[in-house]
Design a protein around this ligand. Structure first.
Ligand code: TXA
Ligand code: MG
Length: 314
């Protein structure tokens, strides 16, 4: 990414426009987190309800204390271990975090993404005087998160203005959204599983994260789809004309459209959303996905697949 493109995008953000930018998880749709009008445009471009909180992206852990108060030591430990990286911390908000960003809650979500372009953009924006960039995933509400700039363009170009910018730096390497960890209680609670696993959180903090499975169910918010137009069915036998996603060790039955055959769970996460998008590009009616085994990022993949397979709310 050319420095002048980063500088232009930082200026656009600072003057109230939207910038879609790459992160290691998925692409985000960013606005100056202190600019109410810019933040409200995120909701209209996404078609998302206004009361949904947004994650504030910053270039380093140092900005944590600007956005949050009463930060527990285990949250500092997590930041030290995993930032920049695919992890969002939920903390008690400071006065900087306004209702437009927090959805009216008294907490704020913070993240330092691990992507060169994103970090350069955030640093440049902070250099201009900005404090943080509020950004949800750059998809229309309820749809699959984009992992490439082309996917952002497909989803949002009808809704963006001429002064908004989409930055392109290739395919996001993690491929699914960050692990969200609630740090407002006595110990960390995982609200959304991701590449930072419960075992990693326990190793970093020395604290037990509790029963992840029951937490995942509880956190099932409105944004419970992550779904393509095609119906997603889990762990079934595909028939002719169906799309199929499974580990490479699983053979493709005759007449079935293989959308992904990852060799590892990391690769599964990396290709999952592109595979779901491809199902729609091919106008498939149904996608069969075989959920991966394991306690690592497999948990997060299964979480997203379960949500994608849940019938849409009208
Ligand atoms: O990987 C990611 O987290 C990506 C990239 C762009 O950083 N962002 C992302 O944002 O997935 P979004 O808005 O699509 O999902 C963020 C989730 C939402 O479900 C939101 O409810 C939750 O984070 N969230 C944000 N702030 C929160 C808060 N203060 N309390 C509880 N949940 C919060
Ligand atoms: Mg999202």
């Amino acid at each position: 990414m050319k420095p002048e493109n980063i500088a232009r995008a930082a200026r656009a953000l600072y003057s109230g426009h939207l910038v879609a930018f790459p992160t290691e998880t998925v692409y985000g749709l960013g606005a100056d987190a202190q600019n109410r009008e810019a933040v409200s445009r995120i909701f209209s471009v996404k078609g998302r309800p206004q009361d949904h909180p947004l994650i504030v992206h910053v270039s380093s852990e140092e900005l944590m204390s600007e956005w949050a108060v009463e930060i527990p030591s285990f949250a500092h430990a997590l930041a030290q271990s995993f930032w920049p990286g695919p992890m969002t911390l939920i903390l008690k908000r400071s006065k900087l975090a306004q209702d437009e960003v927090t959805g009216g809650q008294d907490t704020v979500g913070l993240r330092v993404p691990d992507n060169e372009t994103a970090l350069a953009l955030l640093s440049e924006f902070e250099h201009l005087g900005g404090k943080g960039v509020a950004a949800p995933s750059a998809n229309r509400f309820g749809k699959v998160s984009p992992t490439t700039a082309a996917a952002v363009e497909n989803e949002l170009s009808d809704y963006l203005s001429g002064e908004d910018i989409i930055l392109d730096s290739g395919q996001s390497y993690v491929g699914i959204e960050s692990t969200i960890i609630d740090c407002t209680g006595e110990r960390p609670v995982i609200l959304r599983p991701g590449a930072i696993t419960p075992a990693m959180v326990e190793a970093s903090t020395g604290l037990n994260v509790g029963d992840l499975h029951s937490r995942i169910r509880v956190s099932g918010s409105l944004e419970s789809h992550y779904s393509p137009t095609a119906a997603v069915v889990l762990n079934a036998q595909p028939v002719e004309g169906d799309g199929f996603i499974a580990m490479s060790s699983v053979k493709t039955p005759e007449g079935v459209v293989r959308l992904a055959a990852p060799k590892t769970t990391e690769e599964y996460a990396h290709v999952l959303y592109a595979a779901l998008r491809q199902a729609d590009e091919l106008a498939l009616g149904k996608v069969i996905a075989i959920t991966p085994e394991g306690d690592d990022i497999a948990l997060a993949i299964t979480d997203r697949l379960v949500r994608a397979s849940t019938p849409k709310m009208e």
